[in-house]
Each structure stands twice: as C-alpha cells, then as structure tokens.
Ligand binder design. Structure first.
Ligand SMILES: Nc1ncnc2c1ncn2[C@@H]1O[C@H](COP(=O)(O)OP(=O)(O)OP(=O)(O)O)[C@@H](O)[C@H]1O
Ligand SMILES: [Mg+2]
Length: 142
C-alpha cells in the first residue's frame, strides 16, 4: 500500500478484502486510527481485519474503555466516541497501551481527541457514499 491510498468499495465483502490487504502489512507496535461518521464501517473494518489473526467476536468497547484481543497477534481496541477528555484516557494508562511494542492499537473516532494520538500512526478515513458504497482513505503519519 502506498500512501495516501484511496479506494472505493461497493459492498461489505469488498471492505473485508481491503481489511485483508491491510492485515498483510500491519506490524506489532503500530497504531491505527479509524475516522468516519456513525455507521461508516469502522467496527466492521476492524472485525474483518482481526479475522485474519484468528480473532472473532469483535465489538466496540462500551463499558470498558478498551477491549483486548489475543490471536496470532495482540490487539487493543479503543473507541473514543464516549470518552470525554484525554484525562479519562490517561487515567486508565492509555500511554502504556500505546507503548506496548508487542500489540497493535486500533482507535475508532480518534479524531475526537487529537491531542491523545501519537505522532506516528496510520489513519483511515471512511466516507459514506451510499447504502453499500464507502470511500476509504489511508494515510500514514510518520
Ligand atoms: N461497504 C461496506 N462496508 C462496511 N459496512 C457497510 C458497507 N455497506 C454497508 N455497511 C453497513 O454499515 C454499517 C457499519 O457499521 P459499523 O458499526 O461498522 O460502523 P461504525 O463506523 O463502527 O459506527 P460507529 O461510529 O457507531 O461506531 C453496518 O451496518 C454495515 O452492514
Ligand atoms: Mg464502531
């Protein structure tokens, strides 16, 4: 994948294929941000991505701030939608999650707390085009 990477998909199956493509080039220690409106497909994309690592039953963290999954690799899954401020994050040791070089950290709605994001990250924006069509934009911040 060369960045910025832009692709339109026309079905959930195509979104899953795109997630499979990212799975081939994602590494321990990376942080991936997913931005896009309600129902854009952030959770869907993460669920498809994690299937590549033998992880099922992915759902957004609601009561807990973070979900942890262990498969072929370890993942932390955050959703900033219900988090009020970065203090709330730092109180649960957000930086320790980010600094875990063995895990990959995935953050839905990362743009809501930009000050909490690490400089080095992969950002994925999902734009809703219509019912089944989505535009994905992948950008690397180094
Ligand atoms: N091409 C597509 N890719 C992904 N999801 C799609 C696609 N077309 C339709 N959908 C539907 O869009 C919805 C995406 O929901 P999902 O929970 O993944 O969104 P989200 O971005 O995580 O929303 P939220 O901000 O509420 O967390 C699902 O109902 C899914 O079936
Ligand atoms: Mg979601």
């Amino acid at each position: 994948m060369d960045f910025p990477f832009v692709q339109k998909v026309f079905s959930e199956a195509e979104t899953a294929k795109l997630a499979d493509k990212l799975a081939e080039e994602i590494y321990q220690g990376e942080v991936v941000i997913l931005n896009g409106n309600l129902g854009a497909g952030k959770t869907y994309f993460i669920r498809s991505l994690l299937r590549n690592f033998g992880i099922e039953n992915v759902s957004s963290p609601t009561f807990a701030i973070v979900n942890e999954y262990n498969g072929k690799l370890k993942f932390y899954h955050f959703d900033f939608y219900r988090i009020k401020n970065s203090e709330e994050l730092f109180n649960i040791g957000f930086n320790d999650y980010l600094n875990d070089t063995e895990a990959i950290t995935l953050i839905e709605w990362g743009e809501l707390l930009p000050e909490a994001l690490p400089r080095k990250r992969l950002e994925i924006r999902i734009n809703i085009i219509d019912d089944n069509c989505r535009e994905f934009i992948f950008n690397e911040h180094v």
